[in-house]
Design a protein around this ligand. Structure first.
Ligand SMILES: Nc1nc2c(ncn2[C@@H]2O[C@H](COP(=O)(O)OP(=O)(O)OP(=O)(O)O)[C@@H](O)[C@H]2O)c(=O)[nH]1
Length: 363
């Protein structure tokens, strides 16, 4: 019951519930339109107010279901109500028509709705239930009511078609579900690949760019800081131990980086031996603390003769400047850290701050 009343949130068009919701909405919309038209025809042409009222009532019910699925997102509940109503309507129609005018053709529309809206297992069992009811009705029409043109042969044909369509729809629904799951898995894998650096498995530059830009746009993550890290004298490691060893060193440093940053920080590979950390809601002083922790953690021994270290440039913004400016300031601070002798943290000092410091030193 709880599941029936839980809203279904559809993420994208690959979500199987997207098509279910589309089908339901289309059918209900057509239902509202057709029932309104029938109400008018029954009242104006046939002068039957009772039937017109029943049509109007049907239109109201269809419109309510449409509201529930479109606005309240109660897809599960509406799917059940829709399929059960369809089954009951066919049952009622078969009773009234008693096998005349090829009315039994209507039974063919039941399984596609049941399987598509309720899935392969629930759709299967509900179809079994309604097909049994339809067969009992047909049996009564043939052998009790003795309706002309209906015979044992017709009953057996209907039974065979029911069994075949039941099995075929089940197979079809299984195939459709599996294909959809595969597509979703592949889409997730591709999305991950598109934002991951192949060597280190950290985020790649493209993803860092997009993230920094969107964090800026949100503004509520201000103050924001970026930490640009560059491995010190990495060329020497490559030259002395080979490029493959250099790659391993980068992977180890990346692993250590992910361990040391906080959950909200976004860490990625900015380029060759450069990493970038985006730290949302982080002031300059907090960023300097984080940078120092990172610097110490990455000052590690890989082998007896190889020890790594990083230089870090920090830049922060508590007002909105551009993401490009923030990165460029971190780059300048990194250059400063390298010039000061490497294995250290430097923060970007603006012209105003620098002027302020000179005044304070003089005082
Ligand atoms: N193994 C490996 N090396 C890389 C990769 N990307 C860049 N490099 C190397 O990183 C080295 C960077 O060297 P430089 O820019 O001269 O700087 P450095 O030797 O680290 O010296 P400083 O930055 O001044 O401390 C170059 O030798 C690049 O070939 C990579 O994916 N794998």
């Amino acid at each position: 019951m709880k599941k029936l009343l839980r809203p279904t949130y559809i993420i994208d068009k690959l979500d199987p519930n997207y098509r279910r919701s589309q089908l339901l909405q289309a059918c209900l919309m057509m239902g509202v339109g057709a029932l309104c038209l029938l109400a008018v025809i029954n009242l104006a042409v046939f002068g039957d107010p009772v039937l017109a009222l029943l049509d109007a009532l049907g239109a109201v019910i269809a419109a309510s279901l449409l509201y529930l699925v479109k606005r309240k997102r109660l897809l599960e509940l509406v799917s059940w109500l829709f399929v059960l109503t369809l089954g009951l309507l066919i049952t009622a129609f078969l009773s009234l028509a008693a096998g005349s005018n090829n009315g039994y053709l209507w039974t063919a529309v039941f399984p596609p709705f049941a399987f598509f809206l309720l899935g392969k297992t629930r759709g299967f069992w509900l179809t079994v239930v309604f097909f049994t009811i339809f067969l009992i009705q047909l049996y009564i029409s043939i052998f009790v009511k003795q309706v002309p043109y209906l015979s044992l042969g017709g009953f057996l044909n209907t039974l065979e078609v029911f069994v075949i369509s039941l099995l075929l729809y089940r197979f079809y629904e299984k195939t459709r579900t599996e294909a959809n799951e595969l597509l979703q898995e592949q889409s997730i894998r591709l999305e991950k690949m598109a934002k991951t650096d192949k060597l280190t498995q950290l985020y790649n530059r493209q993803y860092l760019d997009v993230t920094l830009f969107s964090l800026y746009k949100e503004r509520r993550t201000l103050p924001i800081s970026v930490l640009l890290l560059d491995v010190d004298l990495f060329k020497r490691i490559n030259d002395e131990h080979g490029h493959l060893f250099g790659d391993e060193v980068l992977v180890k440093m990346a692993q250590r980086l992910t361990e040391v940053v906080r959950d909200d920080d976004v860490v990625g590979r900015w380029g060759g031996e450069e990493f970038l950390i985006i730290a949302p809601n982080t002031s300059k002083s907090d960023a300097l603390g984080l940078a120092e922790r990172v610097r110490r953690s990455l000052n590690m021994s890989i082998t007896e003769s190889v020890t790594t270290s990083v230089s870090i440039g920090v830049s922060s913004a508590d007002r909105v400047k551009s993401p490009e400016e923030l990165i460029s300031q971190a780059d300048r601070a990194l250059y400063q850290a390298k010039s000061n002798g490497r294995n250290q943290v430097c923060s970007f000092i603006s012209a105003v701050e620098s002027h302020q410091r000179t005044i304070n030193n003089k005082a």
